[in-house]
Design a protein around this ligand. Structure first.
Ligand SMILES: [Zn+2]
Length: 311
């Protein structure tokens, strides 16, 4: 199956990469399809009908469609300003190509039946619409709302520029996140499990911990935080092995306390290097994979944070 950017292209959609949102104007109506995760997307199209009764009837018609297609349609509704349809696919990759087309047909049919007109997604006014990339979304809005969003964007950018990175606090947050990751590793290994995602979870905890307390994230700060998280994860691995050895020795009738068991660790690692590497290599790989995800997340958040552009 084609990747989703290709699938979007195949059905005439443009793709806003940072927000994973495809968009296309059909007969003056601005459709957006936001890929939420590997199994789900949300289709939206702003439009207005003349009366409250029409709005209710339109919502009912969509709700009926939702009930008929409950296996794949999680929500289909109209709130008076916007049609919203949430699609869930069981397949690993979304079948955007095969499913968005029929949903657009459904929307257009419903729109025509109730005589709806295209409107601004923000203020609900008609006319002068255009697709815009705003902060973390793509919306079909009027030029008045666009100018307002641009003003907000400039203000937010200025606020962002004025923020100062608090590295010591950030590293405290990162350490808390990293400790969480290390404890997770110990708990899982105590249960006799190697969890591939533990490293990724650990990195994300470090990243968000840093972001939370540092207020602003530079690449230098992020690098130090990730290195700190890695050291904490390695420490977690060390303790996990220590617990293992302590248990094994006690089971074998050698009553050592935990501190003494830890003291045996350097020799143990030297003698069983292969096993030690094998047991922990997945955690290390997973941490590295998480680091890559993290850097991409950070880069993308910089790209869209506070933006207001015409697409
Ligand atoms: Zn508007």
């Amino acid at each position: 199956m084609a990747t989703y950017p290709t699938q979007f292209r195949n059905i005439g959609f443009e793709l806003d990469t940072p927000t994973t949102t495809g968009y296309r104007v059909v007969d003056g109506f601005g459709f957006t399809v936001k890929v939420e995760d590997a199994r789900m997307y949300t289709l939206r199209v702003p439009c207005a009908v003349r009366t409250e009764q029409d709005a209710q009837a339109m919502n009912e018609a969509l709700k009926a469609y939702e009930r008929q297609n409950f296996r794949t349609i999680k929500n289909a509704s109209y709130d008076g300003r916007m049609i919203c349809i949430r699609y869930i696919g069981q397949e690993m990759l979304l079948n955007i190509e095969g499913t968005v087309g029929p949903l657009i047909d459904l929307c257009m049919e419903t729109i025509r039946r109730f005589g709806a007109v295209p409107v601004c997604a923000r203020c609900g006014r008609t006319g002068d619409l255009g697709m815009c990339g705003l902060h973390y979304s793509v919306e079909d809005i009027c030029s008045h709302c666009f100018e307002k969003a641009k003003g907000d964007s400039v203000r937010r950018q200025r606020e962002e520029d004025e923020k100062v990175e608090n590295m010591p606090f950030g590293l405290l947050g990162a350490a808390l996140g990293g400790l969480g990751g290390a404890v997770l590793w110990i708990v899982f290994s105590f249960m006799g499990k190697i969890v591939l995602a533990a490293g990724v979870v650990s990195v994300l905890a470090v990243y968000y911990g840093y972001k939370w307390l540092a207020k602003k994230v530079s690449y230098l700060g992020l690098g130090i935080a990730l290195a700190l998280g890695f050291v904490l994860l390695l420490t977690g691995m060390y303790f996990a092995m220590g617990i293992d050895i302590h248990r094994a020795l006690n089971d074998a009738g050698i009553p050592l306390n935990f501190g003494e068991a830890l003291g045996l660790m350097p020799d143990y690692i030297k003698e069983n290097l292969g096993v030690v590497l094998f047991n922990n290599i997945f955690g290390v790989f997973s941490y590295i994979a998480g680091t890559v995800i993290c850097v991409i997340l950070h880069k993308n958040s910089k790209k869209v944070s506070g933006r207001a552009v015409r697409l």
